[in-house]
Design a protein around this ligand. Structure first.
Ligand code: ASP
Ligand code: MG
Length: 425
């Protein structure tokens, strides 16, 4: 008998039928002799709808009030789920993030969990209840205001509770059967991964894979909580994310050379044109960006033209920060000293991830060959020990992902990549 934390995403509880289906699954886990803690997201696209609504009454809704509004989404699903479980004859109690002891800093809309004190959850379990916790929310330590953890934050709630309650596993139920070698919405022949290390999963998440959030995987690695990503729509084994390979039957699942291909079309590229090629220039550009609290991703500096001694510096950043970055740089134009700025939001990034890269020469060459065979032009390149990323035209991304996926032998023979639900919104 152990303690299991299960997390159900919005598409798994999109309507009353979904809630009843999920309730049955939860009761099964309880009947198998486990203590069960469930973390739920808001139903379907509720969070997006609430944001739309907020923007209709105010173009820039106050962070505190937006958090109050958005946390209502998870409260609806937690209460309905508890009712559905009780209707099946089992004891259940729902808790807000605050009641569950999820303590955060006070940065509204993207708060960080700083402590979890799940006393009430323990008591509820000891009294034989299934505990249902609203995901994606907490309460700030200093002001006692309601906070949210940033979009998709329910996964982090689940892992944080699993760590605080010393759970055996954190099961994350989603609308696909696990982590795939590429986004199954783009690559029909994507293959389900049986096991992936925390490191490779972190790199995939950082490169745009949406199945698990980077912060959630980081948390799981820190506390060494195995994650099992699986579908609430099928009974299949999903993907294990953990520090050590899992056993399947008598066999150990081996570390793949390449774990997968991720893509990201949420970034834009800014080129600072006509920068004097002298020490301190890059420093003042990126100091300006950092002071505006903007995270950047890739950077390249071109060679300077001999005649002018001027160079161009390009970098990528989240599209959502584009306006802010341009404004910050323009304000500092004379201080930095550049000719002009170019903004390009029609880019996409493709990344190949795998720890085996370190010991297999030729991976980089094969990656570029695959892109060139597909006629894809490369604009920026960056690498880490276990990842190669390139920036291309946004329109080239689907084709490029498929080409790389095939070139590295990742295509499955069957069409196993089923997307069960969700609008991908
Ligand atoms: N409902 C929130 C969102 O859509 C949190 C989550 O789904 O994890 O971002
Ligand atoms: Mg959601």
């Amino acid at each position: 008998m152990g303690l299991v934390v299960q997390k159900y995403g919005g598409s798994s509880v999109a309507d009353a039928e979904g809630i009843k289906r999920v309730a049955k699954r939860i009761v099964e886990a309880k009947k198998n002799g486990n203590d069960v803690v469930v973390v739920v997201s808001a139903m379907g696209d509720t969070t997006d709808e609430l944001i739309d609504l907020a923007e209709q009454v105010s173009p820039m809704p106050a962070g505190r009030e937006l958090d109050m509004l958005l946390t209502a989404g998870e409260r609806i699903s937690m209460a309905l789920l508890a009712m559905a479980i009780k209707n099946l004859g089992h004891k259940a109690q729902s808790f807000t993030g605050s009641q569950a002891g999820v303590i955060t800093d006070s940065v509204h809309n993207k708060a960080r969990i700083i402590d979890v004190t799940p006393g009430r959850i323990r008591t509820a379990l000891d009294e034989g209840n299934i505990a249902i916790v609203a995901g994606f929310q907490g309460v700030s330590q200093d002001k006692k205001d309601i906070t949210t953890l940033g979009r998709g934050g329910s996964d982090t709630t689940a892992v944080a509770l699993a760590a605080a309650l010393d759970a055996e596993v954190c099961e994350i139920y989603t609308d696909v059967d696990g982590v795939f070698t590429a986004d199954p919405r783009v690559v029909k022949k994507a293959r389900k991964i049986d096991w992936i290390s925390f490191e490779d999963m972190l790199e995939l998440a950082a490169s745009g894979s949406k199945v698990l959030l980077h912060r959630c995987v980081e948390y799981a690695r820190r506390y060494n909580i195995p994650i099992h990503v699986r579908s609430s729509f099928s009974g299949l084994q999903g993907t294990w994310v953990s520090s050590e390979p899992i056993e399947q039957g008598d066999e150990q699942v081996e570390q793949a050379i390449i774990s997968g291909v991720a893509h990201d079309t949420s970034e834009a590229k800014i080129t600072v044109v006509g920068v004097p090629d002298k020490p301190g220039e890059a420093a003042s550009i990126f100091r300006t960006i950092a002071d505006a609290e903007i995270n950047i991703d890739m950077v390249v500096q071109n060679v300077s033209a001999a005649a002018t001694g001027l160079t161009d510096i390009s970098f990528t950043l989240p599209k959502s920060e584009g306006r802010k970055a341009i404004d910050a740089l323009e304000k500092n134009r004379s201080g930095i000293g550049f000719d002009s700025l170019r903004y390009d939001d029609q880019i996409g990034k493709i990344s190949l991830v795998g720890a085996g890269m370190k010991t297999n020469p030729g991976v980089t060459a094969d990656f570029f060959t695959a892109l060139s065979d597909a006629g894809v032009n490369i604009e920026l390149i960056s690498t880490s020990e276990i990842r190669i990323s390139v920036v291309t035209r946004k329109d080239d991304v689907p084709e490029a992902v498929r080409a790389v996926h095939t070139a590295f032998g990742l295509d499955s023979d069957s069409d196993e990549a089923v997307v069960y639900g969700g609008t991908g919104r």
